[in-house]
Design a protein around this ligand. Structure first.
Ligand code: TPP
Ligand code: SF4
Length: 334
């Protein structure tokens, strides 16, 4: 299995960014012609990973579709902070679906475009982890199974943020949320290590599945562009820290996202027709404590008297990911 190389976002000074690069090497975001699909004025919290991820993902999708893009958006933070009636931050044909049916609505749009002979119009559906891994999973599985011509993007902030940080099936072990509080003998989310929709998507043998992160924005652009170059059902799962729900500093969003990759808690990989085709090697391996310590949702794990086995259990999940996805050079097949 090949290891994909990191696509560096920045060349030259921070201000100039990679505007110094030409053609294929330059990012969508660095181009003066970037579409600004999610434009300024929205009401996301400072440091919102979801806003950052959506901006990069949809600007890339819009460019790939030559401006002919329709987006169905599940209920959630992204929908709420971008469209307080009568305002909107979207500069794209954008439709708010229900909480659980973005994939089905997008399927309908794709079918309508087919009937109208509009092969030029491309369709994206997007939602949070709650809308994707929980309530929307049935519609999404149907979209995968029928191989509908839709790219579905999940912005995974590991809980239901819009309604006040309730646990979702993507919430990691021991995380404190409104529904898995730290009270008495209760120690945060007691269940599992989160449901992997990328692996579920792969089991449907769809043309393309990828994981991405706001810590690797150029890589995110690359994966969205690749997905948009294909037809049929495609799925990209983006890891997006939420300062409000995770209790991290807004300035640390990219740092936290990068630590999720470097600890192996969020592996970056691509898969085609059910088989993994590439993964990103960890550049600087870090213990999971480095990631956990930056987030108040895990603060109880570091309190005096906390059972150290809890952190060991999280480390075991990371170690398993390293083995399963070959994330370290000595573990992999590079
Ligand atoms: C059927 C239904 N149940 C509950 C809700 C309330 N609701 C709206 S958004 C939301 C949580 C969204 O969480 P997620 O999909 O993870 O997105 P995030 O806000 O974290 O980006 C909930 C529970 C609803 N709109 N519809
Ligand atoms: S609650 Fe989290 S996901 Fe929602 S706008 Fe704030 S930072 Fe973004």
């Amino acid at each position: 299995m090949p290891a994909s190389s990191i696509k560096f976002y920045q060349t030259g000074t921070f201000t100039v960014g990679n505007r110094l690069l030409h053609g294929e090497g330059a990012s969508v975001q660095s181009a003066e012609s970037r579409p600004n699909v999610l434009t300024s004025g929205h009401r996301a919290c400072q440091g919102c990973g979801e806003a950052l991820g959506a901006r990069y993902a949809l600007d890339t999708a819009m460019r790939s579709a030559n401006g002919q893009l329709i987006v169905a958006n599940a209920t959630g933070c992204l929908e709420v902070f971008s469209t307080p009636y009568p305002e909107s931050s979207w500069r794209v044909s954008w439709m708010h679906s229900l909480f659980g049916n973005a994939a089905a609505v997008a399927t309908g749009i794709a079918a309508a475009m087919k009937v109208k002979g509009r092969a030029d119009v491309r369709v994206v559906a997007q939602g949070g982890d709650g809308g994707t891994t929980d309530i929307g999973l049935g519609c999404l599985s149907g979209m995968f199974e029928r191989n509908d011509d839709v790219l579905y993007i999940c912005y995974d902030n590991e809980a239901y943020m819009n309604t006040g940080v309730q646990r979702s099936s993507a919430t990691p072990a021991w995380a404190s949320t409104a529904t898995t509080p730290i009270t008495g003998r209760q120690t945060g989310n007691p269940i599992g290590h989160g449901k992997s929709v990328p692996l579920i998507a792969m089991a449907h043998r769809i043309p393309y599945v990828a994981t991405a992160s706001v810590a690797e924005l150029r890589d995110l652009e690359y994966k969205i562009e690749k997905a948009m170059g294909l037809h049929g059902a495609r799925y990209v799962h983006v890891h997006v820290p939420c300062p409000l729900g995770w209790g991290s500093e807004p300035r640390d969003t990219v740092r936290v996202a990068r630590l999720a990759i470097e600890t192996a808690l969020f592996p970056l990989f691509e898969a085609e027709y059910g088989a993994i085709t590439a993964r990103t090697l960890i550049r600087q391996w870090k213990p999971v404590e480095d990631y956990l310590r930056l987030q108040k949702r895990f603060a109880h794990l570091f309190q005096p008297g906390s059972d150290p086995l809890r952190i060991s259990a999280i480390q075991s999940i990371a170690n398993k990911n390293i083995k399963e996805f070959g994330l370290l050079p000595e573990e992999g097949h590079a």
